[in-house]
Design a protein. Structure first.
Ligand SMILES: Cc1cc2nc3c(=O)[nH]c(=O)nc-3n(C[C@H](O)[C@H](O)[C@H](O)COP(=O)(O)OP(=O)(O)OC[C@H]3O[C@@H](n4cnc5c(N)ncnc54)[C@H](O)[C@@H]3O)c2cc1C
Length: 416
């Protein structure tokens, strides 16, 4: 073994993917994962879904078993926070008082939940970690009425789970439809109807002014009055964990800023996952996305670049959400599109909505039609030729839209 040491800070899927890719890519030096969570990296998506159900196992879905880290000589420092980074000395100061030198460093510090304005109490919860989910699960079991602040993904998923458990659920949302930011107004309106039909009480166009624990309930004060509930779940967005980087002089701007190779402005320091605001060559802008798949691929890309491969991170972002019996997926970005085409049936809640510009698909949102998303992911950054009629024709396989591209095409050619 060489004496080179790479350190990965973070305990999420991006960090897990970084260490796995470093090892599978042939790195045989010392490898250390520093996470302030006390569990090896686990999956967060189930935490707002199945995990909350009383019959589900109370243990997380691990990305890799603890034995994997031992077998691959990955030292896991769990329950340890990286407190200070000295890029000149290439050292990390840890909460244990020790300091750790590194040759390469990947920051995969993720995000934290934005707190609610008002009291901190075990009736007013956020949801990000396994510990959060365990507390929510136990509080949910005895609650009759759950108020969810924020009609984004996590809020909607928690409300759906609560309704599935027979609870009364209320969502308080600032916009006039749910999931407006992620899905746009028209598809957001469809989801709003889905939740309403399931019995969720909706307080739309409502701004939360404060949340208070009365000792026997939690009261949410909004610009339209007050809501009393047994439990409040705050799904009001997130804040990227940039402090370690920012205090070390690494450029941050709504995340840790990186180039297309996951490199920060400081030599040998990379960033990946939810915390990273990475330059994306296809969109010609920095983007920070909070999707599981992106974090996984991003961590792998950071590892490959640390190993010297110089591969731009050129992924089509993709996410999914499960609410009630519905599966929602999206890939691509709709900005700049000028036409929306529906394939399938809005009435049957089985459709894909394509956003187009200049004969190209910019994004697709699919409800209960996941195959369309798989096909579009492969098309987004390659030449393709599309018309509204072709898309509406359900008999026409979407992969037929791909134009022939020489196998030798470079990444730049493919994105031009
Ligand atoms: C409840 C929930 C449900 C979700 N559902 C979906 C879904 O259905 N579909 C989807 O696409 N995405 C979903 N996501 C988003 C997805 O889980 C995230 O995009 C993904 O977890 C991001 O991984 P990450 O490794 O970048 O960051 P994180 O998972 O946030 O991990 C960062 C880790 O770094 C640790 N850390 C931070 N700072 C330090 C430090 N200084 N020292 C040591 N450790 C530190 C943190 O404690 C944390 O463990 C969901 C997220 C949540 C919370």
């Amino acid at each position: 073994m060489s004496t080179v040491r790479h350190v990965v800070v973070g305990g999420g899927v991006a960090a897990a993917s970084t260490v796995a890719t470093l090892r599978s890519g042939g790195f045989d030096g010392e490898l250390v994962l520093v996470s302030d969570d006390d569990t090896v990296p686990y999956e967060r998506p189930p935490l707002s879904k199945d995990f909350l159900e009383p019959g589900s196992p109370p243990t997380p879905t691990l990305i890799r078993e603890p034995q994997w880290y031992a077998d691959h000589q990955v030292q896991t420092l769990l329950g340890v926070k990286a407190q200070r980074l000295d890029p000149r000395a290439r050292r990390l100061k840890l909460s244990t008082g020790e300091s750790l030198s590194y040759d390469g460093l990947v920051l995969a510090t993720g995000v934290r939940a934005r707190p609610a304005p008002g009291d901190a109490s075990d009736r007013i919860l956020t949801l990000r970690s396994l510990a959060d989910a365990k507390l929510l699960r136990s509080r949910l079991a005895s609650a009759e009425h759950v108020a969810v602040l924020g009609g984004g993904f996590i809020g909607c998923e928690v409300a759906a789970t609560a309704v599935g458990l027979g609870k009364r659920a209320t969502i308080v949302e600032r916009a006039d439809v749910l999931m407006n930011k992620a899905l746009g107004h028209s598809i957001g309106a469809i989801f709003t109807d889905i939740h309403r039909a399931k019995g969720v009480e909706l307080h739309l166009n409502s701004v939360v002014l404060g949340v208070h624990d009365t000792g026997s309930s939690a009261v949410v004060r909004t610009n339209h009055g007050s809501i009393e509930a047994d439990l409040v779940v705050v799904g009001a967005g997130s804040l990227p964990n940039v402090e370690l980087a920012a205090e070390a002089g690494i450029v941050t701007d709504n995340g840790i800023v990186t180039d297309q190779f996951c490199r920060t402005n400081v030599p040998n320091v990379y960033a990946a996952g939810d915390v990273a605001s990475s330059y994306h060559p296809f969109y010609n802008q920095h983007l920070r996305v909070e999707h599981h798949d992106t974090a996984t691929r991003h961590g792998a890309a950071a590892a490959r670049n640390l190993l010297g491969h110089d591969e731009p991170f050129l992924e089509a972002h993709w996410f999914w959400s499960d609410q009630y019996e519905h599966n929602l997926q999206r890939t691509g970005r709709a900005e700049g599109s000028d036409e929306v085409v529906i394939r399938g049936s809005l009435d049957d809640l089985k459709f894909s909505a394509f956003a187009l510009r200049d004969g190209r698909i910019r994004s697709v949102i699919s409800l209960n039609q996941p195959r369309d998303v798989i096909a579009v992911r492969r098309l987004l950054f390659v030449d393709h030729d599309v018309t509204a009629d072709k898309l509406r024709d359900q008999a026409m396989p979407l992969n037929r839209l791909r134009s022939r591209m020489p196998a030798s095409a470079t990444a730049e050619e493919r994105t031009s």
